[in-house]
Design a protein around this ligand. Structure first.
Ligand SMILES: NC(=O)c1ccc[n+]([C@@H]2O[C@H](COP(=O)([O-])OP(=O)(O)OC[C@H]3O[C@@H](n4cnc5c(N)ncnc54)[C@H](OP(=O)(O)O)[C@@H]3O)[C@@H](O)[C@H]2O)c1
Length: 167
């Protein structure tokens, strides 16, 4: 199963501010929607609660939380990332859509990363984790222009993780 991290970050690696994404780029949202449509999406509880219209349609929304009472309609709730991936067994690909906590935890398991990077830096409090360029090698790039230009780079894992998380 392909485990793909998908994120949009500013030039200074910011992905969030005060619980939301601090920009609005319709072209990037369109790219995210087209890429993830029909596939399960795995996210942290804070990211799920940041979605303005609730669960994202056309995709199974899987939310990780330690809160056993969290039961929002339209989402599958699991206690760990491992449970989320187990739930997706048999799928060809799953997307890890954030936020920072979940990206950090999923990075050692990721088979690839789809990363949109804005040309400009943005003020914020949440960052996309650094990753090893020897582990993830760039495969494609696509440029989007508009009011806030960005570039989407796709990375594939080229070697196993050297420091897998403890079981
Ligand atoms: N630019 C982007 O691409 C992008 C994408 C997604 C999100 N964001 C932004 O990122 C920010 C949110 O990121 P974040 O790092 O603060 O939060 P997050 O990763 O979305 O959610 C964190 C929560 O997930 C649960 N969780 C995480 N790891 C867990 C584990 N190992 N076991 C059980 N539960 C676990 C916990 O929920 P409980 O506290 O309920 O236990 C934790 O508080 C927001 O600003 C959001 O807008 C940006």
């Amino acid at each position: 199963m392909d485990i793909l991290l998908i994120a949009v970050m500013a030039a200074n690696r910011i992905i969030g501010k005060n619980g939301i994404i601090p920009w609005h780029i319709p072209e990037e949202l369109g790219f995210f929607k087209a890429t993830t449509m029909g596939h399960p999406i795995i996210m942290g509880r804070k990211t799920f609660e940041s979605l303005p219209d609730g669960p994202l349609p056309g995709r199974e929304n899987i939310v990780i939380t330690r809160n056993p009472d969290f039961a929002p309609p339209g989402a599958v709730v699991v206690p760990t990332l491992g449970h989320a991936l187990e739930h997706c067994a048999g799928q060809s690909r799953v997307f890890i859509i954030g936020g920072a906590q979940v990206f950090r935890e999923a990075l050692p398991l990721a088979t690839g990363i789809i990363l949109s990077v804005l040309d400009q830096a943005v003020d914020g409090d949440t960052f996309f984790p650094a990753f090893d360029p020897h582990t993830f090698q760039e495969t494609t790039q696509e440029r989007f222009t508009g009011s806030l230009p960005f570039t989407v780079t796709t990375y594939r894992r080229v070697r196993p993780d050297l420091h897998p998380p403890p079981p």
